[in-house]
Design a protein around this ligand. Structure first.
Ligand code: FES
Length: 151
């Protein structure tokens, strides 16, 4: 079969149009997917291995048998002053499904309302679904300031 020069030019033109259409659709597809993927996959924040935060409450302001939530890095922490007056600090992120825990004055424990998880005042998981203790944070009291540290 003999292919004329005109047919060959038409065929080349068709391939060029097909290539352009395919490339444009590919670019369009990627430009639509990229913002969706950026929204769905949050960027990983590099967190330093050591960190400290000075709490906004003065030592004298903290009453016995109370708990305060504070911001520690990008997550919540909990400061507990026991009925005996001891200070303790933990990550306030429940080890089950990461809800924020709270101090219960009437029971003197740390409670996760999401699935009724309970921790004692050493951060140990004592009932409910939490599989591990709360992460303990270090405390340093300087004068009337309370500093919470990790690392
Ligand atoms: S998230 Fe805390 S008990 Fe489930």
């Amino acid at each position: 079969m003999v292919v004329s020069q005109q047919d060959e030019q038409v065929d080349r033109g068709r391939r060029a149009v097909n290539w352009l259409l395919g490339s444009s659709l590919g670019v369009l597809f990627v430009s639509m997917l990229y913002p969706i993927a950026k929204y769905l996959i949050p960027p990983k924040l590099a967190e330093p291995t050591t960190f400290s935060v000075t709490l906004p409450w003065k030592l004298a302001e903290l009453k016995a048998n109370s708990g305060q939530i504070f911001r520690f890095r990008s997550r919540p922490g909990i400061l507990v002053k026991t009925a005996a007056g001891e200070l303790r600090a933990f990550s306030a992120v429940c080890t089950h499904l990461e809800c924020t825990v709270q101090y219960r004055e009437e029971r003197q424990d740390i409670w996760c309302a999401c699935h009724n998880g309970v921790y004692d005042l050493n951060g140990k998981n004592v009932s409910g679904p939490p599989p591990r203790p709360l992460e303990a944070l270090k405390l340093n009291v300087r004068g009337d300031q309370v500093i919470v540290m990790k690392g």
